[in-house]
Design a protein around this ligand. Structure first.
Ligand code: AMP
Length: 561
């Protein structure tokens, strides 16, 4: 990231904002903030293309709060009203934008009130919130429009600032019609910011519709950061079992330092992976689009708080497509919500700020370039380093080659490097890996999915009254035991020393005593069984780029050690 020329202190920001920024530990603005904030403070409309993780939320949130504070300090007494609207494509992004706005407004909470309409609450429950006329409303276009149409929210006479966050996703998630309808309910004059990771023709069309004489900021031409910040590797493997074996070695031998996001191609594979890691004594969260937003937010915040180091996510490309289609179909029929499977406002790899992610592991090759970029964008955020490692089966090679070609054309330096791994070094682990895989049967996966749904029912606020009236049902549900759960074999949790490859003994198994480690000094030429064609040793980059995991709950720490 190029060094910004100014500091926050020189931007003429309110001292309360500066205090909040200092509290967040931000020493200087990121490139997008450096360019966008002064222009926004001058009152300009902005169209900003910024890579995900570049700090673009604060790039609009800081001037937004500054403007509200100025308005409230002005000579004319301002009636309380909704003055800023932030439109986001998903509930998760709404929550994230709200958190950022609240963090930045931490020292002026009396003057800047923020309501998150994308929160997983019934629209009726949000009405009292809107009656208080919060200064800022955050929400998806669909939800905001519903409130406007039911007269719970009025923007026509008060709105001063409109933000379209992740505008490209707003369109691909099928919100175009809602957006257009919503624009008819806004005042003619207001300042607008349109933030987008890509400038597609659709975004250009939206620009015509929303922005007036905007300044365009194309700060990041490349889709992903360069190799100094983000290292990208591909590892070609022969079979599905090899994928599991390498993952076993990376995680269990402590070769991968730090927290990781693991992407699987489908929900069923996500469950398979979670159960596999469970067999190895590695707790992992799984983000499941079929669970309600409240549960997903809970899993996200558990991960962000460091409850576990690994989070499994599935790519939601199909979800994106199906939700856009479902929305269109619904519109055509003017009927109620048709898609009962996945939440139409779900988005995992897109835009979400997973914290302290040292590495993204693509257990399955992402289906598209867009999916790869969004997945990779979950690491190396702001100025942090990160690593992406993609496992590739022969059948998946053409898919990754196509992605690589475009990324290489984007930025030749940032190409995906081959990650050569001496499989024979970890052959000793294969038997255990197979054993763990064997326990993850189709039935066990089914039971795990049922268990998640059952937990959902048991914890559901909506069903609370029902269960109070029908205690027998509650009893039955509580005691309905799975018939074929995955059997946990305790011995798989530990890797005995004799199975740790000799060349890995100095770097793997951080709990080996210093003396033991010295005894097993690896040969310098082939440390750890990894080799790269380039000058850099991938293991070193993997090992040292990944920051150490935050301290975990004692129980989990013991499991990982
Ligand atoms: P975003 O692109 O808005 O999702 O932000 C990505 C991450 O960068 C978030 O975790 C922010 O907290 C962080 N961030 C934003 N601005 C700065 C800054 N000026 N310095 C350091 N980190 C930042």
């Amino acid at each position: 990231m190029a060094a910004p020329s100014t500091s926050f202190a020189h931007m003429g920001l309110d001292p309360r904002l500066l205090q909040a920024i200092a509290e967040l530990g931000w020493a200087s603005p990121t490139l997008i903030q450096d360019k966008a904030i002064p222009l926004a403070l001058e009152g300009k409309d902005l169209l900003a293309r910024a890579r995900t993780g570049s700090g673009k939320t604060a790039a609009y949130a800081i001037p937004l709060i500054q403007r509200l504070l100025q308005l409230k300090q002005g000579p004319a007494v301002q009636e309380q009203a909704v003055r800023a609207l932030v439109l986001v494509p998903t509930k998760e992004l709404g929550r994230q934008a709200t958190t950022m706005l609240r963090d930045l407004a931490a020292y002026c909470t009396r003057h800047v009130r923020i309501a998150d309409l994308s929160a997983p609450t019934e629209p009726a429950a949000q009405r009292p919130l809107l009656m208080e006329k919060p200064d800022v409303v955050v929400g998806t276009p669909g939800r905001v429009l519903a409130h406007v149409l039911s007269h719970g929210l009025s923007l026509r006479n008060s709105l001063e600032l409109l933000v379209l966050d992740e505008a490209d996703l707003l369109l691909s998630f099928g919100f175009e019609d809602d957006l257009k309808s919503l624009l008819c309910h806004l005042p003619r004059i207001h300042q607008s910011f349109l933030m987008s990771a890509t400038f597609s023709p659709d975004v250009e069309a939206l620009k015509e519709l929303v922005l007036h004489n905007p300044v365009t900021l194309r700060l990041q031409e490349a889709r992903l950061p360069g190799p100094a910040q983000l290292q990208q590797w591909r590892l070609e493997l022969g079979t599905e079992e090899d994928k599991c074996l390498v993952l076993y070695a990376l995680l269990k031998l402590g070769l991968l330092r730090g927290r990781a996001l693991l992407f699987a191609g489908a929900l069923e594979r996500g469950y398979r992976l979670r159960l596999f890691l469970e067999q190895l004594g590695l707790p992992a969260g799984l983000l499941n689009a079929q669970l309600p937003a409240r549960s997903r937010c809970h899993i996200l915040s558990q991960f962000n708080q460091g409850f576990y180091d690994y989070l499994i996510a599935t790519d939601e490309l199909d979800t994106v497509k199906s939700q856009a289609q479902a929305r269109t179909r619904r519109k055509a029929r003017k009927g109620p919500k048709a898609d009962k499977g996945q939440d139409p406002e779900f988005g995992v790899s897109r835009g979400i700020d997973f914290q302290d992610v040292a590495a993204v592991i693509n257990f399955d090759v992402p289906p598209t370039l867009e999916a790869y970029v969004h997945r990779a964008g979950r690491t190396a955020r702001a100025d942090n380093p990160g690593t992406v490692l993609t496992f590739v089966l022969p059948s998946e090679c053409p898919q990754l080659d196509a992605i690589e070609e475009v990324l290489g054309a984007d930025n030749a330096e940032a190409a995906i490097q081959p990650y050569q791994f001496h499989m024979e070094e970890i052959e000793g682990l294969r038997y255990r890996c197979r054993d763990a895989m064997r326990s993850v049967t189709k039935q066990a996966i089914k039971e795990a999915r049922l268990r998640d749904i059952k937990d959902e029912l048991l914890n559901s606020e909506k069903l609370k009254t029902y269960f109070e009236d029908n205690p027998r049902d509650l009893h039955l549900l509580r005691h309905d035991r799975p018939l074929h759960p995955a059997i946990i074999k305790p011995h798989l949790r530990h890797v005995p020393d004799y199975l740790v490859p000799p060349s890995l003994r100095s770097v793997a198994r951080p709990h080996l005593s210093k003396r033991k480690r010295q005894r097993h000094k690896p040969p310098a030429h082939n440390r750890a069984g990894f080799q790269s064609r380039g000058t850099r040793n991938p293991l070193r980059s993997f090992r040292y780029l990944g920051r150490k995991p935050r301290r975990l709950a004692k129980k989990e720490e013991e499991t990982i050690a």
